[in-house]
Ligand binder design. Structure first.
Ligand code: NAP
Length: 295
C-alpha cells in the first residue's frame, strides 16, 4: 500500500507514518513540505505520489485561537479538506480524515454514536464539522472522530527534536515530576491512544471496511479527574490529584462537557480499540521505560 500522509510531524502524523511504513511505502509530508491550504501544491503532491491512501493528519487545533482567527481555522480544517477530497477523486485514492468529539454540544448523559446530529459550539468545532462534510465528498473515504489523543510523541522527541503532547500527556508529565494535577470532575471523555488510533486506521483501510464515519476512540469513558486518578494510582502518587470543575476555569471557546463516544461501529467493522484503562497502562509502561523524558 502506498500512503501519503499530510501533517506528518504531528502527534498522530508521526505514528501513522510509523504504522503504515511497516509494510508499505509512505510519503510523509510535514507542513514545511506541504501546506494543505495551497490547493495547487496539494494536487501536484498527490498527482506525483499517486497514493492508494491519503491520510490527513494536518489540522488547526488551537480551540481558543480559532475564536479570534476563524479564517485560518476554516482554511485548514475545512477548505483544505475539500482540496484533499478533490485530489483523492482525481487519483482514485482513499481519503482518511480525522475529526473530533467537539462536533457535539455535550448536552447528554450517554455515549454519542455516529447517528447523533452534531451541534458544534465553537469556531474550531464548526470548522472540523465542515471538514467532515468535505471529506465525505471523496468517493472512498473514512472520517474518524478521535478525542483527547495521548501517547503521540510525549515519550520521545521527533526527528525535529520537538516533544508533542495533549492534556493527558501533560498530566502524566506532571505526575512523573511529582507536581500537583487538577482534574475536571464535570468533563467526560473517551480518550484515544495514538498507537491504537493508527492501528485501527490501518485495519479499516487494509481490510476495505465499509467507508464512512466512525468514532475512533478507546473503549469506555471517564471524567478527566478519574483518568488522572487512574494514572496517579498506577504511578503511586494518587494524592497529587485534586478535583476541579470546568466552570471554575475561564476558557475562551466553549467546550462540550459530556463527550463519551461509542466505538461500537468501528469495532463491528473489524477494528477493535481496547479500553482506555488498558491503553493508559501501556502508555505509562512506555513513559516510565523511556530513558530520557525531558527535551
Ligand atoms: N489532539 C487531540 O486531542 C485531538 C482531539 C480531537 C481531534 N483531533 C484531531 O486529530 C487529528 C490529529 O491531531 P494531532 O493532535 O495529531 O494534531 P497536531 O499534533 O497538532 O498535528 C497537526 C499537524 O498539522 C500541521 N499543520 C497545521 N496546519 C497545517 C497546514 N496548513 N498544512 C499542513 N500541515 C499543517 C501542524 O504543523 P505545525 O506543528 O507546524 O503547526 C502539525 O504538525 C486532527 O485532525 C485533530 O483535529 C485531535
Amino acid at each position: 500500500m502506498n500512503t501519503l500522509v499530510t501533517g506528518a510531524a504531528g502527534q498522530l502524523g508521526r505514528e501513522i507514518c510509523r504504522c503504515f511504513g511497516r509494510d508499505g511505502q509512505v510519503v510523509a509530508l510535514t507542513r514545511a513540505e506541504l501546506d494543505i491550504t495551497d490547493h495547487a501544491a496539494l494536487v501536484a503532491a498527490v498527482d506525483d505520489a499517486r497514493p492508494d491512501v491519503i491520510v490527513n493528519c494536518a489540522a488547526y487545533n488551537d480551540v481558543d485561537g480559532a475564536e479570534t482567527d476563524p479564517v485560518t481555522a476554516m482554511r485548514v480544517n475545512s477548505v483544505a479538506v475539500r482540496s484533499l477530497a478533490t485530489a483523492a477523486q482525481r487519483t482514485g485514492a482513499t481519503l482518511v480524515h480525522y475529526s473530533t468529539d467537539f462536533v457535539f454540544d455535550g448536552q447528554t448523559d450517554r455515549p454519542y454514536d455516529e447517528s447523533v446530529e452534531p451541534a458544534p459550539q465553537s469556531v474550531y468545532a464548526s470548522s472540523k464539522l465542515i471538514g467532515e462534510w468535505f471529506a465525505a465528498g471523496a468517493p472512498r473515504h473514512y472520517v474518524l472522530r478521535v478525542e483527547s489523543l495521548f501517547g503521540g510523541g510525549a515519550e520521545t522527541p521527533g526527528p525535529d527534536g520537538r516533544r508533542l503532547g495533549s492534556t493527558l500527556d501533560r498530566i502524566v508529565d506532571a505526575l512523573l515530576d511529582a507536581r500537583p494535577v487538577k482534574g475536571f470532575t464535570d468533563r467526560t471523555v473517551s480518550p484515544s491512544y495514538v498507537p491504537d488510533v493508527a492501528g485501527a486506521t490501518k485495519r479499516l483501510v487494509s481490510q476495505s471496511a465499509p467507508d464512512g464515519l466512525y468514532h475512533c476512540v478507546n473503549e469506555g469513558y471517564a471524567t478527566w479527574y478519574d483518568v488522572a486518578r487512574v494514572a496517579a494510582t498506577r504511578l503511586g502518587c494518587e494524592s497529587l490529584v485534586t478535583p476541579i470543575r470546568s466552570d471554575d476555569v475561564v476558557m475562551i471557546a466553549s467546550r462540550p462537557k459530556y463527550c463519551a463516544l461509542s466505538n461500537e461501529k468501528i469495532v463491528a467493522a473489524g477494528a477493535r480499540l481496547p479500553t482506555w484503562q488498558d491503553a493508559l497502562d501501556r502508555y505509562l509502561t512506555a513513559r516510565t521505560a523511556a530513558p530520557e523524558r525531558s527535551a
